[in-house]
Ligand binder design. Structure first.
Ligand SMILES: O=C(O)CCC(=O)C(=O)O
Ligand SMILES: [Fe+2]
Length: 403
C-alpha cells in the first residue's frame, strides 16, 4: 500500500523518535547489562553496534581490545580422526578459541564439511523432528507419525493437496495449559500464546515455520524446567552421540592460565586457571543423554538463560550452529555481568564446560542473508531444504544429564 506524503511524514517522525529513545542511555536504566546487549542486537533502527562482536572466523578482523581477549589453542585430537563423519584431516580443524573472561568456554570454528552440514540439517528437519520426539507443535497439533516435514514435502511435490483430509494437521481437542512453548520466541514483550480454540489449522508450508524446538533423549518439560525421567529416555541418534563425543574428546585438556591481566583483566570471579577434562574418560566416554534442536526463523530470538536442569552439571554442553549466522551472547552467573557477543556461523561449534555451564547466554539476533553458498545449491533433492534454510537457523545442542 502506498503511503501518502502525510503518512510518510508521520512514519518518519515515529521512526526518528524511537531511534532517539533507543540511543538514549537513560532509557536503559531499568535494564541489566545483559538486557542492554539484547536490546542493542535486536534493534532494527538504529542498526546494532557490531564493533565488539567476537569473530572467530577471522581473528585479525577483531577490534584490538577484543583480539586481546581471544586465546588460540590446539585441540588434543583432530576431530576427523575421532569420527569419520567429519571427513579428512584438515589442520584448521585442530584450532579452537578461548575467551579470557569466560572460563570454560571453547569455540571451534566450523569443523564440518559442507556435506556433513547438509546431512545434519536434513536429519534435524526430516528425521529427528518426528514423533515420538516432542516438539512445541505437540501442545496444540496432532502431528502425524511421519512428522510435519514429511507432510510439507508431500505438499511440495504435490502428493497431498488442500482437498485431502490429511492436508491440515488436526488440532488437539482439549486446551492444554500454555507451557511456554515459545522457548525460542522471546515472549518477554509479547502476550502468552492464545488458547487452542484460536490456534489455526495451517497448511504444511506455514506450519513448518512454526516448528521452534524438538527434544532428543530425555524429554524436557519446559514449564517445570525438569526432565521427564519417568518417561524414560528416547533414543539419542547415533550420529549425534558420535559427533558430540568426538568434539568433547578433542577438547580434552584444553584450558588456560590467564596471565595477561594488564590489558584485559579477567572477570573478577574468574579463576586464573581452568582446564577441561572428562572425569572418567576410560570408564565412560562423553555420552549425550538429552538434546534440543532449536529452529529459528529470521525474527526469532532466545532470551537469556542458564541450562541448569541436568542432575550433573559437570558434563560438557555441545552446541552446533547451522544455516544463517547468529549473534550469541555469553555472560556471567547473573545478568549483571556484561556479556560478550560472538558470531556463530554455519558449522561453528560451542562447547560449554566448567564455569561456563553456569553462565547466562542467549541469541538476540539472526542475521539475514548469511547462509553459506554451499547450503543454497539447487540439486533436486536439496531444493526444499534450501528454501527453508535460506531463511532459518538451526541449533543442535546436547548435554549429559548423569555422570
Ligand atoms: O541457539 C543457540 O545457539 C543456543 C541454544 C541454547 O542456548 C539452548 O537451547 O539452550
Ligand atoms: Fe542454552
Amino acid at each position: 500500500m502506498e503511503l501518502s506524503a502525510r503518512q510518510r511524514k508521520i512514519r518518519d517522525k515515529q521512526q526518528q523518535a524511537s531511534a532517539a529513545a533507543k540511543a538514549d542511555p537513560a532509557t536503559y536504566t531499568t535494564h541489566n547489562p545483559f538486557r542492554t546487549q539484547e536490546r542493542n542486537f535486536k534493534s532494527r533502527a538504529p542498526p546494532p553496534d557490531f564493533s565488539r562482536v567476537f569473530d572467530f572466523n577471522d581473528i585479525e578482523r577483531n577490534a584490538p581490545d577484543v583480539r586481546k581477549e581471544i586465546v588460540e589453542v590446539e585441540l588434543a585430537h583432530d576431530i576427523g580422526q575421532l569420527c569419520s563423519f567429519f571427513g579428512q584431516e584438515d589442520r584448521s580443524r585442530r584450532k579452537a578459541y578461548l575467551v579470557k573472561s569466560v572460563p570454560g568456554l571453547v569455540v571451534i570454528p566450523n569443523p564440518f564439511t559442507p556435506d556433513a552440514q547438509r546431512t545434519l540439517i536434513r536429519e534435524c528437519l526430516c528425521t529427528w523432528s518426528r514423533p515420538p520426539n516432542t516438539s512445541n507443535l505437540d501442545t496444540h497439533y496432532k502431528i502425524p507419525t511421519q512428522g510435519i516435514w514429511n507432510l510439507f514435502e508431500r505438499e511440495w511435490n504435490g502428493t497431498v493437496s488442500p482437498t485431502d483430509n490429511e492436508y491440515l494437521v488436526g488440532l488437539k481437542a482439549h486446551n492444554p495449559v500454555p507451557n511456554g512453548n515459545g522457548y525460542v520466541d522471546d515472549f518477554t514483550s509479547k502476550p502468552p500464546p492464545p488458547p487452542s480454540s484460536t490456534i489455526p489449522q495451517l497448511p504444511p508450508h506455514q506450519l513448518i515455520r512454526k516448528l521452534r524446538w524438538v527434544t532428543l533423549g530425555y524429554q524436557y518439560h519446559w514449564t517445570t524446567k525438569t526432565y521427564h525421567l519417568e518417561k524414560g529416555q528416547l533414543p539419542m541418534p547415533d550420529l549425534v552421540r558420535d559427533i558430540s563425543r568426538a568434539i568433547v574428546t578433542s577438547c580434552e585438556g584444553v584450558g588456560m592460565t590467564v596471565t595477561d591481566t594488564v590489558d584485559a583483566p579477567p572477570h573478577p570471579s574468574a579463576p586464573k586457571t581452568w582446564h577441561y577434562t572428562n572425569p572418567h574418560p576410560e570408564k565412560a566416554p562423553y555420552t549425550p543423554q538429552a538434546g534440543v534442536i532449536n529452529y529459528y526463523q529470521m525474527r526469532d530470538s532466545l532470551m537469556a538463560h542458564v541450562d541448569k536442569s541436568e542432575a550433573w552439571m559437570g558434563g560438557a554442553l555441545v552446541s552446533i550452529s547451522l544455516g544463517n549466522t547468529a549473534i550469541f551472547l555469553m555472560g556471567g552467573k547473573t545478568r549483571d555481568t556484561p556479556p560478550i557477543a560472538m558470531y556463530l556461523r554455519s558449522g561453528d561449534t560451542v562447547v560449554m564446560t566448567g564455569e561456563a555451564r553456569d553462565c547466562f547466554h542467549g541469541v538476540p539476533r539472526i542475521l539475514e542473508d548469511t547462509c553459506p553458498e554451499y547450503l543454497l545449491t539447487d540439486e533436486s533433492d536439496w531444493q526444499i531444504i534450501r528454501d527453508y534454510i535460506r531463511h532459518s537457523r538451526i541449533n543442535l545442542n546436547v548435554r549429559q544429564v548423569f555422570p
